[in-house]
Design a protein around this ligand. Structure first.
Ligand SMILES: NC(=O)C1=CN([C@@H]2O[C@H](COP(=O)(O)OP(=O)(O)OC[C@H]3O[C@@H](n4cnc5c(N)ncnc54)[C@H](O)[C@@H]3O)[C@@H](O)[C@H]2O)C=CC1
Ligand SMILES: O=C(O)[C@@H]1CCC=N1
Length: 275
């Protein structure tokens, strides 16, 4: 399978790490990026083909992954219009951009219909990503399977029946790894304030997160039951969770996730508007 990446930044690198050598050999992944440093790093690490031109990258590609910032998307896809119009076999366009709506992308691509919009996350780098996907009307079953194969190479997939829901996925899992890192940072800070070293703090916080996440993933019990098992009435965990409830931590997390989803929606509206 030839896969073209338009944009070779952070998220592209995470996807390529899972794809290269699994779904396709590294050389079957063609990357276009104005940054020579980004291209060199991807070539050195995964043996990708650093495309001489967008034309060379997308010609014959089965999947074209759009992995530029939402604000760069319109400009980045303009050179694709004649290439898609003249393509012998219609490739799947797989956009990972937050916010950008399929209808706007289709318009910028000259009315092209074979678009899957998806929202991955950076644990893809270690094969532990999770992606939400939604197919637009012009996507064939084979293209849908190709999108699923690409994203499954780096983790799980959740297909949506309504494109509006992808902003919710962005808020929960697309941006989600950053919330977890933030929580780990806070736990490390607390460890240091309680007299542990920074190294001890990060080791304890990281292992607690990965252990608890793995337990939640493997257990048949719902997470609230797992939480209750840690929490003896009048004990230490109870003191911490009571403090969190009093500080409104859960409500703040819900509000934060909604802010990310709203920002995704807003980006789509802003960037799709100025025709
Ligand atoms: N970083 C993350 O955790 C996630 C990012 N995304 C989405 O992935 C997309 C990329 O995000 P990042 O990788 O974080 O950004 P990034 O800034 O690391 O990468 C973007 C890359 O696009 C390149 N680029 C800019 N204009 C270009 C053009 N005209 N043609 C080809 N390449 C061009 C840049 O040089 C850069 O290397 C965004 O749309 C974002 O919403 C989605 C899920 C998670
Ligand atoms: O922060 C962002 O806009 C991107 C989309 C999801 C994760 N990172």
């Amino acid at each position: 399978m030839k896969i073209a990446f338009i944009g070779g930044g952070n998220m592209a690198a995470a996807l390529i790490a899972g794809l290269a050598g699994k779904v396709t050999p590294g050389a079957g992944i063609h990357v276009v990026d104005p940054s020579p440093a980004a291209l060199e790093a991807l070539h050195a690490r995964h043996g990708v083909t650093t495309a001489a031109s967008i034309d060379a990258a997308v010609t014959g590609a089965e999947v074209i992954v759009l992995a530029v910032k939402p604000q760069s998307m319109r400009e980045a896809v303009a050179p694709l219009v004649p290439l898609l119009a003249g393509a012998a076999h219609a490739p799947l366009v797989l956009s990972i951009a937050a916010g950008i709506r399929s209808a706007d992308l289709s318009r910028w691509l000259g009315g092209y219909g074979a678009i899957v919009r998806c929202m991955p996350n950076t644990p893809a780098l270690i094969g532990m990503g999770i992606s939400g996907l939604v197919a637009s009307g012009g996507v064939t079953e084979a293209q849908r399977l190709a999108a699923d194969q690409v994203l499954r190479a780096v983790g799980g997939t959740v297909w949506l029946d309504d494109e509006a829901k992808i902003d919710a996925v962005t808020g929960v899992s697309g941006s989600g790894p950053a919330y977890v890192f933030y929580f780990i940072e806070a736990m490390q800070q607390a460890a240091v304030e309680l007299g542990l070293t920074a190294e001890q703090g990060i080791e304890l916080a990281r292992a607690t997160f990965s252990g608890a996440a793995e337990l939640a993933a493997r257990s048949d019990e719902p997470v609230n039951v797992l939480r209750e098992r840690v929490t003896s009435t009048g004990g230490t965990t109870y003191a911490a969770l009571t403090s969190m409830e009093e500080s409104g931590v859960k409500a703040a997390i819900v509000t934060a996730v909604k802010a990310a989803a709203a920002r995704g929606r807003e980006l789509g509206e802003q960037l799709g508007r100025d025709d």
